[in-house]
Write a protein that binds this ligand. Sequence first.
Ligand code: MTE
Ligand code: MOS
Length: 709
Amino acid sequence: METFIKELKTSVPRVDALDKITGKTKYLNDIDFGNEVLYAKIVHSTKARAKILKINIPELPEGYFTVDYKDVPGKNAATMIISDWKPFAEDTVRYIGETILLIVGPDKNIVYDIAEKVKIEYQDLEPVLNIEDSKKLLGGAIYGDNNIFISFNAGYGDVDEAFKKAKTIIEETYYTPYQEHLYMEVNGAVGVWENGKVSIYSSTQCPYYVQKAASPVLGVEDVRVVAPPIGGGFGGKEHYPDILASVVAVAAHKAKKTVKLILDRQFDMAYSVKRQPAQIKTKIALDENNNITALDVVSDMDAGAYESSSRVIMQRCTYTAANVYHFPNVRVVGTLYATNNVPSCAFRGFGGPQAIFAIERTMDNIAKKINVDPIELKKKYFVKQNDPTITGGIFHDNIILPKMLDLALKESDYERKSKEYKNSMYKGIGISCFLHGCAFTGSGERDIIKAKLKLKKKGNKVTILTSNTEIGQGLHTTFRKIASYNLNIPLEDIDIAEYDTDIVPNTGPTVASRSVMIVGYLIQEASKKLKERWNESDEIEITEDYKHPTHLVDWDTNTLRGDAYPSYGLGINVVEVEIDKYTLEVKIVGVWAVFDCGYPIDEKIVEGQIKGGVAQALGWGALEKIVNKDGKFLQVKMSDYMIPTSLDLPEIKTYIMCEPYQYGPLGAKGIGEITFDGAASAYASAMENALKHHFTSIPILPENIAEVL
Ligand code: MTE
Ligand code: MOS
């Protein structure tokens, strides 16, 4: 069968679906690496902050050995954005779960047994387990001299002056919690010994990130990295794989054999990266007519023991502080703190959901205090095309929020319900309005990523060479569709090359929802060129380099001012709840999700992203709970960490609107993360409508409701 793509947005069956649902797809742990394979188990720190005094290793049977920092052939530092994260702890440990050494050997059970018997003697140091203690430098600084990894600023106008003149000031602090990614495939890496050197197979969203991190650890130029099919990432496989890959590569280097390190679910949940908890203080100035004259935001995030990508997450959080609103004066300070908690890293939304929760709750709070309709209040301050951004850039796009809002209100019957529920208890409806800056912040695409894509024609077939991975978001289908449509050849004649850094060029990481907008555009442009040259020869190779639209992302890397993003995705979410009077169990009875993601490359895939992202965000707001007790998470099993299933949610009604972006394929802007950004605040807003209480933190669980009542 031949499939010709006449209209891109018309859905086709996902190209990866059949192999995945029939179990044919081989994930990392399914690959046969031969019978010489050794297994590794991590021996980790059980202390949040301590000096290692002595490591007692039991007697090792023949063929079994340990691997620690002394075995690192290069530098014991994985390069992420900075190189602070040591793959192996040396004389001190900074968090519970930190890798101290590996036990390696041919029988997995024996390896696990030995690992259990390793005894480590520590000298305890005073751990820093939250932002407040980090600020106080409890036990002495753990990073630099102030425990601050990085601090960002944004804003314009004269905020102090506005507060001086204010008639009313409204101040509140909002808290958002950890979140576990719970991808279906756990983290893992394999150090493969081949041709007298180490290659790495990694379950990673970003093969070139693993290469960048692990090469200096091995002391080689560019280690070969292969990424097999990936069973979900959600940001959890952005940088954490760098650490696993580094340690297993050192083990393979030492053994001169292939070494496999696949985490079990409990280890993955307990010690792999999470969404960083945030506390965000907002302060609003109102004049005598109750106009908002200033917004002052102080955002603090707990990065945990190492920075990983929390730096750029803090940056996005800072720049998202004013969300879809234009206020006369704005000041934002976002600060990332080091603690002795498990390091946090990327999670769908990348700092956006934290910022949006705070500002959306703030808007609801003001509306309540000055007794106006929250929708009217929000509408009044919606940004418009050519308004300034808080980083000194401008909104270049036509902002279609009012149109989206009208649709959401109408479809959810919002006004009627919200009035009705105001006068009753236990039923509520809430809304959130939000944006998501597309792709990397600032000049990241130009200065750091510099994507380079290749198309190869051989006979009638075309192969796309990219490092952007299929992580469940449908990229293999959308990429093929873009090529097929522009080349006017059947979908079946397009292939995607294996993710092998020896084969594919670096089109950048699969993060920041950038794949379709940035790399899909390169596919579109390369396809057009290839089509023109189609009859030239049987074999043609086209290379397409990223070109920065400087007029849209005019960013000064010294002052960190200008256009932080070339374009913005937009979203409106409505959530309706009913609370059981007796059990206080919350039932989400309606969800309406309107998104502008530019042109949808495949409507079914976009719909799938919306449903998945919204459900994941409702999990964060309404169900999932992680308690961090003295640096250790109490929820480390799927039986005590509840994520929503289809039984917990009603049908999520999705509405796709399209305000195109000039440099996305047919105008696509990306949909991966914005789907997460607003649902938790809409849920909190619905709970406020139901219980007449201003909720300042999530999750909102029956026990929190009991407290309020
Ligand atoms: N969808 C699925 N099914 N699985 C995932 O792991 N990750 C999300 C989002 N949607 C994810 C997903 C995250 S965090 C990002 S950044 C984007 O997909 C990345 O893919 P894209 O660049 O193709 O949008
Ligand atoms: Mo997504 S959090 O940028 O992997």
